[in-house]
Design a binder for this molecule. Sequence first.
Ligand code: SF4
Length: 133
Amino acid sequence: MNQPTPFEQIRDMFLLRLSPPPYAVDQPFYTTGSIVSAALMRIVILIALGYALRSYASATTTWTVTMFAVWAVGVYPAWRQYSTFNEAVDTILESTLCGSCRHFNTSNQVCRVLDVHVTSDAPPCEALDWEPL
Ligand code: SF4
């Protein structure tokens, strides 16, 4: 499979899709950090657009449109993707050995010992480094 360019990676993060892109096969593409980053990028752009809008509309209209856009285009998609991400983490917590290990980091699905993403039922350490919560 082709490796994505940096532009494609930023584009896919920015789009806040509910499913990962096809090239993200061995690591979770969306993490807490990527979701927050995408939401912040969107919100900054929307605020800049709102700032531009103030030349053409009243202050009340500008605020209303900007706040609605920040919610509908910035916050809500990020919240939906975060919910989807949390469901994936919950599945790992409930159904894998890593989910019951103290070294599993839920915010980015990473094993802190090996610094690798946990993406399947099989623990990357082959259970050698497993420690209870
Ligand atoms: S130490 Fe092993 S069991 Fe624990 S999170 Fe890492 S890979 Fe999973």
